[in-house]
Ligand binder design. Sequence first.
Ligand SMILES: [Zn+2]
Ligand SMILES: [Zn+2]
Length: 262
Amino acid sequence: MGLSNFHTHTTYCDGKHSPEEMVLSAIENKMTAIGFSVHSYTSRDLSYCIKKDKIADYIKEINALKEKYKDKINIYCGTELDVFSDMDLDGFEYFLSAVHYIEKDGKLLTVDGSAKEQLSDTDKYFDGDILSYCEAYYETVKKIADFKNAGFIAHFDLVTKFNENGELFDEKHPRYVKAWQDAALHLIKMGIPFEINTGAISRGARVTPYPRREIADFIVENGGKFILTSDCHHKDMLLCAFDKVKEIYKGIEILDFEDFVK
Ligand SMILES: [Zn+2]
Ligand SMILES: [Zn+2]
């Protein structure tokens, strides 16, 4: 299996570099494949997704690069599809399924904004009970199974982004464990791999990837599979912490993404 990464963002959404800059960096890093997974258009929050009038340009540009660099690297045109997205899905070759929000009282609450935001939303919408907030997150994650175009399950435990050392809540609490286990069992049935995602490491939010080892073990024990990505927003982070992943998830088989999209 060659080096590859299928969770990457460019200037079409909240990434720092153009698709071509990312491709050149991938070739320099001796990668055999790269997939682009622009944040899907979500009309209820335009802050970091692709603009509606740029979708056609994006697909066209990725396909042009695919042709231009076909002797050097395999390129795939995908999208990171949020549960709350309302985008036409024609023209995409693959999908990452993701949850970035909880919906409460008709509002979308951002899960991966900041610890401060998680806490204030918990106070405002969940009576200060952060475990209720987490339960609402995993209930939303279960909705991935309803996607017509469900793809690889992105950053399964994103709700822990600011909780690496238990700063906000106890990840061993039975209510928290039940919430993620229910969601994991619900999604494993789909037979689609989950991501090991090193994205929060490259952005300095964490030192370990998603999902935590205990969750990864549970997923494997129950028949789930994994692929590896870096949720890359910068051309120098395409392979961020991939070496570390081998140690952290020792014994867990990581599948080749290309086996699923070719
Ligand atoms: Zn994401
Ligand atoms: Zn992403």
